[in-house]
Write a protein that binds this ligand. Sequence first.
Ligand code: SF4
Ligand code: FES
Length: 248
Amino acid sequence: MNLTLKIWRQKDANDKGKMVDYPITGIEPDMSFLEMLDVLNEALINKGEEPVAFDHDCREGICGMCSLYINGEAHGPDRGVTTCQLHMRMFNDGDTIYIEPFRAAAFPVIKDLVVDRSAFDRIQHAGGFISVNTSGNTIDANAIPVNKHDADTAFDAATCIGCGACVASCKNSSAMLFVGAKVSQFALLPQGKVEATDRVLNMVKQMDEEGFGNCTNTGACEVECPKGISLENIARMNREYLKAAFKG
Ligand code: SF4
Ligand code: FES
Protein backbone atom coordinates (compact mmCIF):
# COMPACT_ATOMS: atom_id res chain seq x y z
CA MET A 1 0.00 0.00 0.00
CA ASN A 2 1.12 3.54 -0.76
CA LEU A 3 -0.21 6.18 1.59
CA THR A 4 0.02 9.85 2.45
CA LEU A 5 0.39 10.50 6.19
CA LYS A 6 -0.49 13.90 7.62
CA ILE A 7 1.15 13.90 11.04
CA TRP A 8 1.07 16.45 13.87
CA ARG A 9 4.64 17.59 14.59
CA GLN A 10 5.38 19.65 17.69
CA LYS A 11 8.91 20.09 19.08
CA ASP A 12 7.85 20.55 22.72
CA ALA A 13 5.00 21.77 24.91
CA ASN A 14 5.66 25.43 23.97
CA ASP A 15 5.90 24.91 20.20
CA LYS A 16 2.80 25.85 18.16
CA GLY A 17 2.91 22.61 16.16
CA LYS A 18 1.70 21.86 12.62
CA MET A 19 0.59 19.04 10.32
CA VAL A 20 3.39 17.69 8.10
CA ASP A 21 2.89 15.47 5.00
CA TYR A 22 4.82 12.19 4.68
CA PRO A 23 4.35 9.95 1.64
CA ILE A 24 5.03 6.29 2.53
CA THR A 25 5.27 3.24 0.26
CA GLY A 26 5.39 -0.55 0.54
CA ILE A 27 3.12 -0.90 3.58
CA GLU A 28 1.70 -4.42 4.11
CA PRO A 29 -2.02 -4.66 4.97
CA ASP A 30 -1.16 -7.03 7.85
CA MET A 31 1.17 -4.54 9.53
CA SER A 32 -0.11 -2.89 12.67
CA PHE A 33 -0.51 0.88 12.68
CA LEU A 34 2.51 1.26 14.96
CA GLU A 35 4.63 -0.98 12.69
CA MET A 36 3.70 1.35 9.83
CA LEU A 37 4.95 4.28 11.94
CA ASP A 38 8.14 2.28 12.68
CA VAL A 39 8.74 2.02 8.91
CA LEU A 40 8.27 5.78 8.56
CA ASN A 41 10.63 6.49 11.48
CA GLU A 42 13.31 4.20 10.09
CA ALA A 43 13.16 6.10 6.77
CA LEU A 44 13.31 9.46 8.59
CA ILE A 45 16.33 8.36 10.66
CA ASN A 46 18.09 7.10 7.50
CA LYS A 47 17.55 10.54 5.95
CA GLY A 48 18.95 12.23 9.07
CA GLU A 49 15.55 13.66 10.03
CA GLU A 50 13.88 13.69 13.44
CA PRO A 51 11.64 10.59 13.92
CA VAL A 52 8.00 11.05 14.95
CA ALA A 53 7.56 10.66 18.73
CA PHE A 54 4.62 8.42 19.71
CA ASP A 55 3.74 6.49 22.86
CA HIS A 56 3.68 2.68 23.10
CA ASP A 57 4.73 -0.09 25.44
CA CYS A 58 3.00 -3.50 25.32
CA ARG A 59 1.74 -3.33 21.73
CA GLU A 60 -0.99 -5.83 22.64
CA GLY A 61 -3.86 -3.74 23.99
CA ILE A 62 -2.95 -3.93 27.67
CA CYS A 63 -0.93 -0.92 28.82
CA GLY A 64 -3.05 1.92 27.38
CA MET A 65 0.00 3.88 26.24
CA CYS A 66 -0.68 4.14 22.50
CA SER A 67 -2.91 7.14 22.16
CA LEU A 68 -3.39 8.35 18.61
CA TYR A 69 -6.25 10.25 17.05
CA ILE A 70 -6.52 8.75 13.56
CA ASN A 71 -8.76 10.30 10.90
CA GLY A 72 -10.70 12.06 13.67
CA GLU A 73 -11.23 9.00 15.87
CA ALA A 74 -9.46 7.93 19.05
CA HIS A 75 -7.60 4.67 18.23
CA GLY A 76 -8.76 4.94 14.59
CA PRO A 77 -11.60 3.45 12.56
CA ASP A 78 -11.78 -0.07 14.07
CA ARG A 79 -13.93 -0.85 17.15
CA GLY A 80 -12.83 -2.46 20.43
CA VAL A 81 -9.11 -2.11 19.68
CA THR A 82 -6.25 0.14 20.72
CA THR A 83 -3.98 1.87 18.18
CA CYS A 84 -1.39 -0.91 18.54
CA GLN A 85 -4.07 -3.49 17.61
CA LEU A 86 -5.26 -1.50 14.58
CA HIS A 87 -4.17 -3.05 11.27
CA MET A 88 -3.38 -1.34 7.98
CA ARG A 89 -6.01 -3.51 6.23
CA MET A 90 -8.56 -1.07 7.70
CA PHE A 91 -7.23 1.45 5.14
CA ASN A 92 -7.04 1.44 1.34
CA ASP A 93 -4.11 1.86 -1.00
CA GLY A 94 -3.79 5.56 -1.87
CA ASP A 95 -5.50 6.77 1.34
CA THR A 96 -4.54 9.96 3.17
CA ILE A 97 -4.39 9.35 6.93
CA TYR A 98 -4.52 12.14 9.51
CA ILE A 99 -2.60 11.32 12.72
CA GLU A 100 -2.87 13.62 15.75
CA PRO A 101 -2.28 13.38 19.50
CA PHE A 102 -5.21 12.96 21.93
CA ARG A 103 -6.43 16.52 22.43
CA ALA A 104 -7.59 17.76 25.85
CA ALA A 105 -6.42 20.63 28.07
CA ALA A 106 -5.76 18.10 30.85
CA PHE A 107 -3.52 16.06 28.47
CA PRO A 108 -0.88 18.60 27.34
CA VAL A 109 1.26 17.63 24.34
CA ILE A 110 4.86 16.77 25.31
CA LYS A 111 6.17 16.17 21.79
CA ASP A 112 4.59 15.29 18.42
CA LEU A 113 1.99 12.59 19.23
CA VAL A 114 2.94 12.10 22.90
CA VAL A 115 0.69 13.63 25.55
CA ASP A 116 1.09 13.83 29.33
CA ARG A 117 -1.66 11.71 30.92
CA SER A 118 -0.35 11.91 34.49
CA ALA A 119 -3.68 13.59 35.42
CA PHE A 120 -5.11 10.04 35.34
CA ASP A 121 -2.39 8.88 37.79
CA ARG A 122 -3.27 11.68 40.20
CA ILE A 123 -6.97 10.71 40.06
CA GLN A 124 -5.99 7.10 40.83
CA HIS A 125 -3.80 8.24 43.73
CA ALA A 126 -6.78 10.17 45.15
CA GLY A 127 -8.74 6.97 45.80
CA GLY A 128 -8.35 4.22 43.19
CA PHE A 129 -7.19 1.59 45.70
CA ILE A 130 -8.24 -0.31 48.82
CA SER A 131 -6.34 -0.30 52.13
CA VAL A 132 -5.53 -3.75 53.49
CA ASN A 133 -4.09 -4.57 56.89
CA THR A 134 -1.03 -6.67 56.07
CA SER A 135 0.18 -7.07 59.66
CA GLY A 136 -0.67 -10.78 59.68
CA ASN A 137 -4.44 -10.49 60.17
CA THR A 138 -5.27 -10.19 56.48
CA ILE A 139 -8.48 -12.01 55.55
CA ASP A 140 -8.02 -14.38 52.62
CA ALA A 141 -9.77 -12.73 49.65
CA ASN A 142 -11.43 -16.03 48.74
CA ALA A 143 -13.08 -16.17 52.21
CA ILE A 144 -15.25 -13.15 51.31
CA PRO A 145 -18.28 -14.25 49.24
CA VAL A 146 -19.06 -12.11 46.16
CA ASN A 147 -22.08 -12.87 43.98
CA LYS A 148 -21.32 -13.78 40.37
CA HIS A 149 -23.10 -10.79 38.80
CA ASP A 150 -21.20 -8.26 40.96
CA ALA A 151 -17.89 -10.06 40.37
CA ASP A 152 -18.43 -10.03 36.59
CA THR A 153 -19.54 -6.37 36.55
CA ALA A 154 -16.56 -5.32 38.69
CA PHE A 155 -14.24 -7.27 36.40
CA ASP A 156 -15.68 -5.55 33.31
CA ALA A 157 -15.04 -2.14 34.94
CA ALA A 158 -11.52 -3.22 35.87
CA THR A 159 -10.64 -3.87 32.22
CA CYS A 160 -10.23 -0.09 31.71
CA ILE A 161 -6.60 0.41 30.68
CA GLY A 162 -6.50 4.17 31.31
CA CYS A 163 -5.75 5.01 27.67
CA GLY A 164 -7.70 8.29 27.68
CA ALA A 165 -9.66 7.66 24.46
CA CYS A 166 -12.86 8.52 26.33
CA VAL A 167 -11.45 11.97 27.15
CA ALA A 168 -10.16 12.53 23.61
CA SER A 169 -13.49 11.61 22.00
CA CYS A 170 -15.63 13.76 24.34
CA LYS A 171 -16.37 17.32 23.23
CA ASN A 172 -16.11 18.39 26.91
CA SER A 173 -12.92 16.32 27.45
CA SER A 174 -14.75 14.51 30.24
CA ALA A 175 -12.96 11.77 32.17
CA MET A 176 -16.17 10.37 33.64
CA LEU A 177 -16.01 7.01 31.85
CA PHE A 178 -12.49 6.42 33.20
CA VAL A 179 -13.31 7.58 36.73
CA GLY A 180 -16.67 5.78 36.64
CA ALA A 181 -14.87 2.52 35.79
CA LYS A 182 -12.31 2.99 38.56
CA VAL A 183 -14.98 3.85 41.16
CA SER A 184 -17.21 0.95 40.03
CA GLN A 185 -14.58 -1.74 40.16
CA PHE A 186 -14.30 -1.19 43.93
CA ALA A 187 -17.86 -0.04 44.77
CA LEU A 188 -19.26 -3.38 43.57
CA LEU A 189 -17.05 -5.50 45.86
CA PRO A 190 -17.22 -5.90 49.66
CA GLN A 191 -13.50 -5.06 49.90
CA GLY A 192 -14.14 -1.69 48.23
CA LYS A 193 -17.18 -0.65 50.25
CA VAL A 194 -15.18 0.28 53.39
CA GLU A 195 -13.60 3.37 51.76
CA ALA A 196 -16.34 3.98 49.17
CA THR A 197 -17.43 7.37 50.53
CA ASP A 198 -13.98 8.96 50.59
CA ARG A 199 -12.98 7.29 47.34
CA VAL A 200 -15.72 8.74 45.16
CA LEU A 201 -15.56 12.21 46.76
CA ASN A 202 -11.77 12.41 46.42
CA MET A 203 -11.55 10.99 42.90
CA VAL A 204 -14.27 13.31 41.56
CA LYS A 205 -12.64 16.30 43.30
CA GLN A 206 -9.29 15.44 41.70
CA MET A 207 -10.96 14.93 38.30
CA ASP A 208 -12.44 18.43 38.51
CA GLU A 209 -9.15 19.97 39.68
CA GLU A 210 -7.33 18.45 36.69
CA GLY A 211 -9.62 20.40 34.34
CA PHE A 212 -11.66 17.59 32.79
CA GLY A 213 -15.14 18.68 31.67
CA ASN A 214 -18.53 17.34 32.62
CA CYS A 215 -20.28 14.43 30.89
CA THR A 216 -22.07 15.46 27.66
CA ASN A 217 -24.43 12.45 27.72
CA THR A 218 -23.64 11.82 24.04
CA GLY A 219 -22.00 8.43 24.66
CA ALA A 220 -19.05 9.05 22.31
CA CYS A 221 -16.70 7.75 25.03
CA GLU A 222 -18.40 4.35 25.15
CA VAL A 223 -18.26 4.02 21.34
CA GLU A 224 -14.52 4.84 21.15
CA CYS A 225 -13.45 2.94 24.29
CA PRO A 226 -11.23 0.03 23.19
CA LYS A 227 -12.36 -2.04 26.18
CA GLY A 228 -16.13 -1.53 25.80
CA ILE A 229 -16.47 0.17 29.20
CA SER A 230 -20.19 0.80 29.63
CA LEU A 231 -21.90 4.13 30.36
CA GLU A 232 -23.54 2.28 33.30
CA ASN A 233 -20.31 2.97 35.16
CA ILE A 234 -20.91 6.73 34.93
CA ALA A 235 -24.45 6.25 36.29
CA ARG A 236 -23.06 4.10 39.14
CA MET A 237 -20.43 6.73 39.96
CA ASN A 238 -23.14 9.42 40.07
CA ARG A 239 -25.21 7.29 42.48
CA GLU A 240 -22.13 6.61 44.63
CA TYR A 241 -21.33 10.34 44.62
CA LEU A 242 -24.87 11.29 45.70
CA LYS A 243 -24.80 8.72 48.52
CA ALA A 244 -21.39 9.97 49.65
CA ALA A 245 -22.42 13.64 49.49
CA PHE A 246 -25.44 12.96 51.75
CA LYS A 247 -23.22 11.06 54.20
CA GLY A 248 -20.86 14.02 54.14
S1 SF4 B 1 -12.78 4.00 29.92
FE1 SF4 B 1 -12.08 3.07 28.00
S2 SF4 B 1 -11.41 4.81 26.76
FE2 SF4 B 1 -11.51 5.53 28.88
S3 SF4 B 1 -9.47 5.23 29.73
FE3 SF4 B 1 -10.64 3.36 30.22
S4 SF4 B 1 -10.20 1.96 28.51
FE4 SF4 B 1 -9.56 4.00 27.81
S1 FES C 1 0.95 -0.17 23.31
FE1 FES C 1 -0.03 -1.00 25.10
S2 FES C 1 -2.14 -0.80 24.65
FE2 FES C 1 -1.17 -0.14 22.81
